[in-house]
Design a binder for this molecule. Structure first.
Ligand SMILES: Cc1ncc(COP(=O)(O)O)c(C=O)c1O
Length: 403
């Protein structure tokens, strides 16, 4: 569409922005449900648990007290203090509250940080499989995503030599996600140290997405900012309330990093969304300062589901499944099934696999293509054990029907 004869209505940024695959699958599954079809969803990117009661109460108390007005754009001082205390307690990282900005979800934090540090001509390195939004956000900032393909033999984690090879004069930052969405892999302290050495040598900034920090199974969580003190002045750590406290709808994320960057993030946010919702900020203080037993309870439940789902997937011929150590996703390789047909319909890749699974087996998965890994599909186990069992029965049956 144009205005008059020449002016395009949409900016290049808007024209190029792609719809999130995850959201597209969820929309289609919802549509089928509205038609009365019993769809089992493995596509959710959010905890199936309810937000713990003490957190909800803090929000209703804030409402009752009339704490319903603007807050400072970068977040309530009390919340930024709680976040600083969390970083100290959990990660051994010392931040002044002035180095912390609270945003409307970790997604918003990531977006703001990229807007603050990236521009035309810059390159941002993203190991694949990656969370769908990273390349899109880099592009929204005018920069170029440079994808580094990881290998199964390395647990789908980036090796330092792969990082080194991808660096050019234009490389501005590395975007790291551990525990990972979609693979569930977790970088060890040694692996992070090795990656950090390259970043120090090559003068890179690092955006470390640690939103799944609390969901690790049998391995310790490590932050690249913690394990590489020399890199600390160049790392922006992103985290939030969504996954650990089952608070996706409250939209609270935060970033902490070098003062210069974080001041710029706060300044830019003050000209766009201003502060995150006041009552959600009060709720997050309760989440961070309160008893962490609720987090552990959910983690233990996810761990049981992970064990079950991995065990079942490994028994399905043509499905190869590694053991994720974190988050709430499994990322099985299903490419051995490509080329087969389901009642005449050819499975040509992950998009067709997910589409056919939804249409024929009534299970919603997310194609690996959106994560830069077409050989795989993503299944989230942030759903009840009963649904997981039923959904896997359907997947098993579907694969048996392939010819
Ligand atoms: C890796 C990763 N980072 C960030 C986010 C965004 O989290 P939030 O809901 O806090 O915006 C998600 C959500 O799915 C995610 O998977």
């Amino acid at each position: 569409m144009t205005i008059g004869t020449q002016k395009k209505v949409l900016s290049r940024r808007a024209s190029e922005a792609e719809e999130s695959v995850t959201l597209a699958i969820t929309a289609k599954a919802n549509q089928m449900r509205e038609q009365g079809i019993d769809v089992i969803s493995f596509s959710a990117g959010e905890p199936d648990f309810d937000t713990p009661d003490h957190i909800k109460k803090a929000a209703s108390d804030a409402m009752a007290k009339g704490q319903t007005k603007y807050t400072p754009a970068s977040g309530l001082p009390a919340l930024r203090k709680s976040i600083a205390a969390k970083f100290q307690r959990d990660n051994g990282l010392t931040y002044d509250p002035a180095q912390i900005v609270v945003s409307c979800g970790a997604k918003h934090s990531l977006y703001n940080v990229m807007q603050a540090i990236l521009e035309e001509g810059d390159e941002a390195i993203i190991p694949a499989p990656y969370w769908v939004s990273y390349p899109a956000m880099v592009k929204c900032a005018g920069a170029t995503p440079v994808i580094v393909n990881t290998e199964e033999k390395d647990g789908l984690k980036m090796r330092p030599d792969q990082l080194r090879k991808a660096i050019t004069d234009r490389t501005k930052c590395l975007i790291l996600c551990s525990p990972s969405n979609p693979t569930g892999m977790v970088y060890s302290e040694a692996e992070l140290k090795a990656v950090a050495e390259v970043c120090i040598e090559k003068d890179l900034l690092v955006i470390s997405d640690e939103i799944y920090e609390k969901l690790v199974f049998g391995v310790p969580f490590a932050s690249i900012a913690t394990v590489a003190p020399k890199l600390r002045e160049r790392v922006v750590v992103v985290n939030g309330a969504s996954k650990a406290y089952a608070m996706t709808g409250w939209r609270i994320g935060y970033a902490a990093g070098p003062k210069e960057i974080m001041t710029a993030v706060g300044r830019m946010q003050s000209q766009s969304t201003s502060n995150a919702t006041s009552i959600a900020q009060y709720a997050t203080i309760a989440a961070l300062d309160g008893d962490q037993g609720c987090v552990e309870k959910m983690r233990v439940e996810y761990a049981k589901r992970r064990d079950y789902i991995v065990g079942r997937l490994r028994k399905i011929p043509g499905v190869a499944c590694g053991e994720p150590q974190g988050a709430f996703y499994v990322f099985p390789r299903v490419s051995a099934l490509y080329g087969k047909k389901h009642q005449g319909k050819a499975i040509t890749g992950s998009n067709m696999m997910s589409e056919t699974l939804l249409e024929r087996a009534h299970i919603a998965t997310v194609p690996g293509s959106g994560f830069g890994a077409d050989d795989y599909i993503r299944l989230s186990y942030a759903t009840s054990m009963e649904k997981i069992e039923k959904g896997l029965d359907r997947l098993d049956q579907f694969v048996k029907e392939l010819s």
